[in-house]
Design a protein around this ligand. Sequence first.
Ligand code: TXA
Ligand code: MG
Length: 330
Amino acid sequence: MTTPPVDSALIDRAVRVLESGGLVAMPTETVYGLAADADNEAAVMATYAAKGRPADHPLIVHVAGPEAISQWAEDVPPEAWTLARKYWPGPLTMVLKKKARCGLWVTGGQYTVALRCPSHPWAHALIAAFAGPTQRGLTAPSCNTFGRISPSTAQHVADDLGVKPEGKLDMILDGGPCEFGIESTMLNLSDGHPTVLRHGVITREMIEETLGFAVPDAGSNAPRASGRLKSHYAPRTKLELCTAEVLPARAAELGTAEIAIMASAAVLRALDAAPMLAVEAPENLHDYGASLYENLHLLDRAGAKRILIELPPQAPAWAAVNDRLGRAAA
Ligand code: TXA
Ligand code: MG
């Protein structure tokens, strides 16, 4: 996994595109984001149009560092500062009470704002160059058509949204494949009881260890979050999750030759015939997460009548992976 060195001429160009209200695909350590100037209502609305995403879905504001928090949020609880010091820059998003400065076009009409400071060197350089004295930020939903698999390479972005005039973006910054490949962990810190809105690489256990108390999942009355929709991250091909024990029999039942399969080497060896596509599932959690969306893209493109995926370990550390797979299979 290689991140090319930051090209400052391209960063400068991207800053000018953003300042004139344009849309830039920005590599982050999680997935590629569709960046726009968060203070520019028309630019932000253009990201909804490009994605085909309902305009009442709130966006994350990507900022240069903890110093931006008080420019965007108010009544910030001490836990937010503790977490920002510990995990920023990095894949942690915090939902806080918004300040008047943050437009309702960013938050889907809600009075909270999601803030994140990405660690990817290209994203970090871009936001640092863009921020200025008022700590300007970039809204950036994942850079994919609404409801589809999130992009973890610049090629995914080019294939899906693309660059104008054929496509919808003004510029794609290619910062290599994303390190983690799974969207940031999201916490709600806006109402006094921190809760997990979305699981990610920074696990609940890590957050609880840092804060020293339990941080439960947000209940069904949690603020709107499209990542919480059941059908999110869906490939076009129907996807089933199977345990190692039943996968070979299920493949045979469907006709192994017409199935795209991701499973451990042992399960792939136990198949009765060659599948249309066999992807060996990484055993290591980091590799599994980092390649998850790339593998879903591959499996989806195979032209199979079904995708079968071996259920990964159900341990707490695998919560984000299991969450995304569960939604992809819904
Ligand atoms: O890793 C990430 O977070 C990536 C990269 C590009 O930074 N971004 C990302 O954005 O995943 P998006 O828009 O695909 O997912 C953000 C989620 C959405 O489900 C949105 O509804 C939720 O965060 N969200 C944003 N602002 C919120 C708020 N104020 N309250 C509750 N949920 C919010
Ligand atoms: Mg998304």
